[in-house]
Ligand binder design. Sequence first.
Ligand SMILES: [Zn+2]
Ligand SMILES: [Zn+2]
Length: 1004
Amino acid sequence: MPDSPPYIELHAHSAFSFLDGASTPLELAGAAVALGYPALALTDHDGIWGSMEFAHCAKGLGLRPITGAELTVRVDGPKTGDIDRFSAHQPEGAAHLTLLVEDGVGYRNLCRLLTAAHSHTRDNTARVAEPAWTTLEEVERHADGLVCLSGCARDGALAGAFARGDTALGEKLGRLLLAAFGRERFRVELQRPYWRRDRARNRWLALLAERLGVPTVATGNVHAHARSRSHVQDALVAIGLNETLESSEPRRRGNSTSALASPAAMAARFAEHPEAVTETVRLAERLSFDLTAELGYRYPGSEDEAADGELARVCAHAFAERYAGNRRRAEAERRLGEELKTIRGLGLSGFFLLHRDMLELAREVALEVRGPGSARSVLPPGRGRGSSVSSIVCYLTGLSHVDPVQAELFSGRFLNDETSSMPDIDLDFPRDIREVLIPRVHERYGHEHSALVAAFPTYRPKGAVRDLGKALGLPPEEIDKVAKTVGFHESAIEVERDLVATLGPGRAAEPRWRVLLELAPEIMGLPRNASQHPGGMVISTRPLIDVCPVVPAAMEGRQIVQWDKDSCGDAGFLKIDLLGLGMLSAVERTVEEVARTRGEALDLSRIPLDDEQTYESIRAADTTGVFQIESRAQMQMLPRTQPRDLDDLTVQVALVRPGPIQGGAIHPYIERRKRLREDPTYEVPYEHPLLRPVLEETLGTIVYQEQVIEVAMALAGFSSSEAEGLRRAMSKKRSLQAIESHHEHFVLGAAERGVAPEIAERVWQQIQGFSGFGFPKAHSAAFGLLAYQSAWLRVHRGPEFLSAYEDVLARLADLTGGTDVALFTGSGTLANDVVAWTLASDHRLRRGLVLVNGEFGRRIAAQARRAGLQTTVLAWDWCRPWDLSLVERTLEQDSRLDWVWGVHLESSTGMLNDVGALLELLRARRVRAVLDAVSGLGAVPLDLTGVHLASGVANKALGGVAGLCFVHAARGALDGVDGGHVPSTLDLREALATRAAEPNPWAS
Ligand SMILES: [Zn+2]
Ligand SMILES: [Zn+2]
């Protein structure tokens, strides 16, 4: 090659080194291409969490990805004793090795080594993640197919020994590694972070290499794709060490030189060791393993030749039953034939049978969990969501409950001949069934063959403020105050605004807060740690640890693969999403409750789908507690969109999503719907006539995910694989850049079809705004159906439905001193606004005073009155202080009030003082209180005698995580009150019971 670069980087970390890498794999790949690298190795600490993502985006950019990892190995391991020195955060006695994959055997060995390195990381009783490490013996056993570099300047097996003055150990380790990997696959690694002893160390290493008879190789130990991220890297390291930037200084030396540099600059950096530079290029050539093509994964059933026939038989059997006498039978039959043909062509029959198998397993589990003869047994064990609902095969195998022919759903997106990854089948289960099902799946397919999918929580504004604030050594009280005001989706400017509002402009302008504001946007979106996906599982015929490292999960008996759902999808893994859906749990309890109180066996699959009363309540936005259409935004929209049937509900569910909102679909849709209602001859306007066929059902707006693809194909002539590329770009995180790369092609393609540039541009803006944050139509259809069913239950079996919302609350009501009701609401800080009522067996609500926010409060009050419930609801706006005089008046009017339920006091810090005032007032009146989500109370000295802290339980009911913050706060709060009783998450309920059993302290 004429202009092959002098150097290739073989040691680079991404943010998937978790708090020791400041760039995403995409950023690294992009920078490498810009600097003229033909190949780049990703070597994250003890994992290949980011490797699949890296391999795919590198290949997309024309960069050859090399797979590897930096492995932590205990070098003065059990043989020399000293286990105690191997403490949690400073793995003394441990060394780093840089491992690079040469071929399939090497990849398998790397997976096994990484699995071994993590196997003990949750062995402690609290199952807190500890650092990964493995032994030299393991490395010796799994050396085949791997190239070993001797490790980094500070912690490397050889360089580290030199740094600690133990050259004899260094020499010994060198010989050991040489014996394990052989002369061809062991190299002495040189780095030059510009430390004081760089030269001496590298001279010693070069001499050692000479004695061992192996070449040296230069690496950059890259931790960022650009120098501008060095400060972020500094901050992340400090966070990882749980120290401040100042105190972590010695561990951060070298960060400024750890940005990816050009090949020429690297060659210059190692001018004293030119042979080590050339060796990078020679070595890179040999490292030809391609992670995107050579994984060797097979899912169970893929080799089963009888699968095609079996699937066809299963479908034919169900078909005869479901479509007997159906007027669209012929159409259904044709679709079934087509789908089966596609499935056969893709070799996926086994995949569908496996899902069916899983559903059978779920049926067994459901029977067990529900108990024999349960009223719930008429309900299916779970139901499909997502695009699989569009498939008639899924409908016939029981995976979905929507007839796709009837609902006019087309399976093109779910199943087509060009699909490169496995189609997704997502199954929703009531939570109790899912909890039992997951370990059962492990049992059925074996621990070697099944694992949960990983998830990578990324930095959000709140976490960024907390972690950076700590690293910058800012006062904890100030950090706490600011973090509490910062919202989930806030931009950097909004964070700044919150900072100024909380601490005042003077304090906010101080240098350390300025630094925080600069770093916060950079850190946002980077993965902070690995965790587990709520329900995604992968199943493999080959042992999973041969295809991806498997690590223990926080929950006992569960394990996760090192890839998230996108990477698993790219790997072609068979992924099954077993999701817990709170609404299904509520439906199950309603059915049970109906059987108990009315002696009625309610079969939800047989309720009428055109019940006028149900639609009336929906149109009146009387939907508190109804699945999906109960958020404030939905409630505002329902009276305007006026849904009349399931198709309308399908649109309704999809409409209030970030995609359609940002894509500007909502207002045109509402407006056009209104015009059509008033005048059936109204002509819906389209940006261009070419869009009419694809946007007709949504009145010219982009509402469903697949419409983006259809628009790109119709307007800009995208081929289906190009459109698939656009879809993939939209489905990834941090993808604006990836989406934008289709922009030009879109505009040019549209021009070729005679579309004016300004129209093409306008439609592109809609697509970009949409960015994939929307539902596929099939998913909306499944959710729309559940929305209808829950609305129906609410209208026709109201008390049972509302009381079944979360039985935890019923128990809570018992706990709170025999009061036979609990009424509570979640706030806008949670995903859904939920109001739940729990009623005692006599279906009566007793005196309770409920503080809820504005519109909600009014709504609840109206409902309560209509239901003949005696309650008093005070409307109260989150953002404003409570109107205490209103509370006072109410207390005066109703002397029988004996307790107060307050809600989500955490959402505004200013409210904390009001809590104090409120409690004073209640105390004077001898009214007891139950406070929900009082997470700020720790900071305010309050006397909480007579107050029941309910949030841990209430939030659990909502599936929210805010309960955790509550427990922290409750600790502080209770410390002062009880002289130190600290309820943990687990015994919170017990604590409540204890407190409830106490006599009302204000009553006497
Ligand atoms: Zn290292
Ligand atoms: Zn490193």
